[in-house]
Design a binder for this molecule. Sequence first.
Ligand code: ZN
Ligand code: ZN
Length: 244
Amino acid sequence: MSSLRAVLDGLFRLVFPDPGGCPVCGAGVAEALCPACRAEIESLSGEPHCDRCGRFFSPVPAPEPRLCRDCRRDAPPFERCRAYAPYDGVVRDAVHRLKYGRRPDLAVFLGGLMIRTVRSDPAYAGADLVVPVPLSREAFKRRGFNQAELLAREVGGQLNVPVRPALDKVRDTPAQAGLPRAARLTNLSGCFRFADKPDFLRGRTVIVVDDVLTTGSTLSEAAKVLLEARASRVLGAVLVAARI
Ligand SMILES: [Zn+2]
Ligand SMILES: [Zn+2]
């Protein structure tokens, strides 16, 4: 490194101090996650889940057929959703660091985990398009990036499927957490708008990517809009899903 470059680098670090260390456990490493946290996250997988929405059954044993109560009662508009792991422990910390700790670099590792899940399910083979769940304009300004879009770029890149931000979020919605199920569904109603060329989706299979699936109502709302825009199939892929 030239001395000028070193001086500039030093100045840059004064203005933007490096957060330093593993964003989950704080161990002193330069990479996105320390090897121990990485190994722990990589060892997760294979827990029984709902065949439709992908949420994880807890405690086991899972019911037969493997459908959660919500999906039995009222099948969601998407064909299926799959998650890499349940939303807890070290992977939950990593998602929080990605979103709230401004560590968009974590999306490369976390998106790589989603690829394993998507590749292991033949239903996802032959998808035409990857569409990220959008943030509202205000939320995007606050955070500076859309974590779902970063993950979608990893998934699309590795599947060799184009990524298309075909949805806009037209209004900010109150946090879903803590709302009863009925209120969650109306809370999101009409919050997405199709934002691509008319007929672009006709007959296509779309994978909608998000970071977290809790009730499935965000994915349902996105799927409704994409199906209205003539997509033939809508599948979901998320990094983590709630336990039910
Ligand atoms: Zn760590
Ligand atoms: Zn379900």
